[in-house]
Design a protein around this ligand. Structure first.
Ligand SMILES: Cc1ncc(COP(=O)(O)O)c(C=O)c1O
Length: 393
């Protein structure tokens, strides 16, 4: 071990998931891999957005911006939050960050003291665990279950509230389950937050990717909730802009003012060129986004039917682009399933353990490949499952 390693601070607890590294290592040596586990849209960023970035470069718009972001982008985000979700934020209440990811770190720095407990919708996007650990807090998962299509149950939240609870992180639609928390449950979560005086972090990064008439309700629109909520959203998923790194938090102006220095310390500002691209995304035509969502809907419908035909169950995903699928009917152990599926067929999927799931039953299948490739992957999975069932019989 190096001397540097020996001197590490205790706040870094998470290890790189060795299973993921192992899978990527196996895949690197193969030529026929279909990645069905990714969270990165396969579409290109729409052309009017990339053109805006090119123009920003040509116009020499490549200097620092203020730490909270370009004023015109903050204005446009506030207008979009109003138009799309009925949220009442002003530009002064928006901090533009390097993806939602940086917003998560920033808000944990600003709000969580050592020993504070943070309740997390689970299975989950485990960045939250890492960010909470980094500031000395304690992540507390709130489980959701397949029998409920992974919908949140307010009783599961309430029974985990203690005097140390600082906040509940509501992620709807959720990653990895795609579960959309219905408006009625959002209202009950809001009541709970007021009753126990806890904050709400509402991660709405998938809010525009919703199917079958499911309704997204932004919790900060409810009476009294804006003052205790931090709303998170971004450009990565909706606009196929993962690599551009633009997201934001929206929160009461006094908190935002206090976040300027820490945000400046983290990275000064979000890449200026990407901010101009984001401005074009949020103010420009939305048809390309509608077209992407229509395509996701088609892929989702195909996959749900194909999985059911294969005898696999799942929680109905109301949004996002994931199907959280139960493979227990195959009789295979989850890590063994994922590794053998990759080695024998080239289909790469990741186990629920990467999303903090301890049941050992689930894989996250994402539909971020063109339909013909998804069909190819399903064909390979069918053969694989049948072969392993025969071998076990
Ligand atoms: C629930 C959730 N929040 C936040 C993020 C981070 O997104 P980004 O930093 O690209 O905006 C992701 C990415 O997968 C996510 O699934």
């Amino acid at each position: 071990m190096s001397i540097v390693f020996d001197h590490m601070a205790p706040r870094i607890t998470e290890e790189d998931s060795s299973f993921r590294t192992r899978m990527l290592g196996i895949a690197a040596g193969m030529t026929n891999v279909i990645a069905m586990g990714r969270g990165d849209p396969d579409f290109h960023t729409p052309a009017h957005i990339t053109e805006a970035a090119k123009k920003a470069i040509d116009d020499n718009q490549h200097h620092y911006t203020g730490p909270t972001g370009l004023p015109q982008l903050r204005e446009a985000i506030a207008a979009d939050l109003k138009k799309e979700y009925g949220l009442d934020y002003t530009a002064a209440e928006i901090v533009v960050t390097a993806g939602v990811q940086e917003s998560i770190t920033l808000l944990m720095l600003g709000l969580v003291a050592p020993g504070d407990e943070v309740l997390l919708t689970s299975p989950r996007f485990t960045t939250y665990d890492t960010a909470v650990h980094m500031v000395g807090g304690v992540p507390i998962p709130v489980p959701t279950f397949e029998k409920d299509d992974f919908a949140l149950d307010v009783a599961e939240i309430e029974k985990r509230i203690t005097p140390k609870t600082k906040m509940f992180v509501l992620v709807s639609p959720n990653n990895p389950t795609g579960a959309v928390t219905p408006p009625e449950m959002i209202r009950r979560i809001a009541e709970l937050a007021v009753k126990h005086d806890i904050l709400i972090v509402s991660d709405e990064i998938y809010a525009k990717i919703i199917y079958d008439g499911n309704e997204h309700l932004s919790i900060a629109t409810l009476p009294g909730m804006k003052e205790r909520t931090i709303t998170l959203n971004g450009f990565s998923k909706t606009y196929a802009m993962t690599g551009w790194r633009v997201g934001y938090l929206a929160a009461p102006a006094d908190f935002v003012a206090k976040m300027i220095e820490p945000r400046h310390t983290l990275s000064i500002n979000t890449c200026t060129i990407s901010q101009f691209a984001a401005l074009a995304a949020v103010t420009g035509p939305q048809e390309p986004i509608e077209a992407m969502i229509a395509e996701y809907a088609e892929r989702r419908a195909y996959l749900m039917e194909a999985l059911t035909e294969m005898g696999l169950t799942y929680g109905h995903p109301g949004g996002a682009f994931y199907i959280y699928t139960n493979i227990s009917s195959t009789g295979m152990e989850i890590a063994d399933f994922c590794e053998k599926l990759l080695r024998e067929t080239g289909v790469m999927l990741f186990p629920g353990s990467m999303f903090g799931d301890e049941t050992g039953h689930y894989i996250r299948i994402s539909f971020l490949q063109p339909l013909p490739l998804i069909k190819d992957a399903i064909g390979r999975m069918k053969t694989f499952i049948a072969a392993h069932k025969d071998a076990a019989a």
